[in-house]
Design a protein around this ligand. Structure first.
Ligand code: FMN
Length: 160
C-alpha cells in the first residue's frame, strides 16, 4: 500500500509519532511518505494569522491508498494548522483516512477527544472513509507500551 502521513508538529512530538507509524508500515513492506505542514506567520491557539506554505493538494494525495492526518492538541482542540488544512481539503472520495493527535495532558478528555472529533468531521465532509483515530500523550517521551498498542491498532485498522 501507498500510505501518506500529513502532519502539523511544532515541537516534534507528532512528527515522532508519525515516524513510528511509518516505521511500522515499512517493516511490513508498505511505502510511506510523511509530509510536514509548514507555516509562515504566527500559529497559536485561536489564531488564523498564519499561512500554510506547502499544502499537499487533492491531486497530490490521490496517489495514496490511505492517508493519516496528525497534529498536536492546542487549547483543548486540534491545532488550528491541521484544522485549517483539513477544512481546505475537498476530495477524499472514499479514501481510507485516519486522524491522530499528541497531547501533553494524561486525560484524553482534555482536548484529545475534541480534536479527533473535529478532524474526523472535516475528513467525513471531504468524502473520506474515516477509520478510528488515535490519541497519545507525550510527556518527556511516549509511554512505550501505549505507543506500541497505538501502532498495533493503527496497523490493524488500516489493513483490516
Ligand atoms: C500552545 C499550546 C497549547 C497546548 N494545549 C494543550 C491542551 O489543551 N491539552 C493538552 O493535553 N496538551 C496541550 N499542549 C501540549 C501539546 O499538545 C503536546 O506537547 C503535543 O505533543 C505537541 O505536539 P508537537 O510537538 O507535534 O507540536 C499544548 C501545547 C502548546 C504549545
Amino acid at each position: 500500500m501507498n500510505i501518506g502521513i500529513i502532519i502539523h508538529s511544532q515541537s516534534g512530538h507528532t512528527a515522532a509519532m508519525a515516524k513510528a507509524i511509518a516505521e511500522q508500515f515499512r517493516q511490513h513492506g508498505h511505502d510511506v511518505d510523511i509530509k510536514l505542514l509548514l507555516t509562515s506567520g504566527l500559529a497559536k491557539p485561536g489564531s488564523r494569522n498564519f499561512t500554510i506554505s506547502n499544502t499537499p493538494d487533492d491531486e497530490e494525495l490521490a496517489r495514496f491508498n490511505v492517508i493519516l492526518f496528525g497534529g498536536p492538541v492546542w487549547g483543548f482542540k486540534a491545532s488550528p494548522v491541521i484544522r485549517e488544512y483539513l477544512a481546505w481539503l475537498k476530495k477524499l472520495n472514499g479514501k481510507k483516512v485516519m486522524s491522530f493527535v499528541t497531547m501533553g495532558l494524561p486525560w484524553k478528555s482534555f482536548g484529545g477527544i475534541n480534536a479527533i472529533r473535529a478532524m474526523n468531521e472535516e475528513l467525513k465532509a471531504s468524502g473520506g472513509t474515516v477509520l478510528p483515530g488515535e490519541i497519545l500523550q507525550y510527556f518527556f517521551g511516549f509511554n512505550k507500551q501505549k505507543l506500541q498498542k497505538a501502532l498495533e491498532r493503527i496497523y490493524t485498522n488500516v489493513t483490516g
